[in-house]
Design a protein around this ligand. Structure first.
Ligand SMILES: [Fe+2]
Length: 186
């Protein structure tokens, strides 16, 4: 097996081993934190609640990835982890659209991987072009991911989490990041 095949096979294994309970736990952490950050930033109560819902659902598109991967089984070399994983925010948005969720919730989910400097996905939006709900989810999502155990690594300690986030601060809205820091230090 050559290196490319090996990488692709590992990528497939990781996505297929989607762990529902850790995804639900991640959703809950992001949900609670996003609510608190939105409140700290002075968003309206309704928006805070809606962001709590978006936090719970933001990665729901990952549930769809297994189907996409299976569709490619005849040609494993086509499978490339990033390309597929990067579809999850759009897949989640499409899944929830038309089910009665507000535009605020839907756009927060669709753009939760956009970076403030324009280097994110799916639309390379930057700065204030990114809806505020998505800018809040971005920070909370990274924090929740770094501060909990993942299948391939242990959780980072709080000090290391903050250092890693400061290194990546170009990805975040500074107003959101400062509100997030106030919430975490409380
Ligand atoms: Fe995500």
């Amino acid at each position: 097996m050559d290196t490319a095949q090996k990488i692709n096979t590992n990528a497939k294994d990781r996505i297929l081993e989607f762990d529902l309970s850790s995804e639900l736990n991640h959703g809950m952490v992001v949900s609670n934190l996003a609510y608190a950050v939105a409140e700290e930033m002075g968003l309206m109560k309704d928006q805070c609640y809606e962001l709590a819902i978006a936090g719970m659902l933001h990665d729901i598109g990952k549930l769809k990835l297994t189907g996409y991967i299976n569709g490619q089984e005849s040609d494993p070399l086509v499978i490339e982890e990033l390309k597929y994983v990067r579809m999850h925010s759009t897949l989640g948005y499409e899944e929830l659209k038309g089910q009665g969720y507000s535009d605020f919730i839907l756009e927060s989910i669709l753009y939760h991987h956009e970076n403030y400097d324009g280097s994110g996905y799916p639309s390379n939006k930057s700065g204030e072009e990114i809806p505020v709900g998505a800018r809040i989810l971005r920070v909370c999502d990274v924090f929740a991911a770094l501060s909990s155990d993942r299948p391939y690594r242990k959780a980072f300690e709080m000090g290391a989490v903050m250092e890693l986030m400061i290194e990546e601060v170009k990805n975040f809205d500074m107003e959101v990041f400062l509100a997030f820091q106030r919430v975490v230090h409380q």
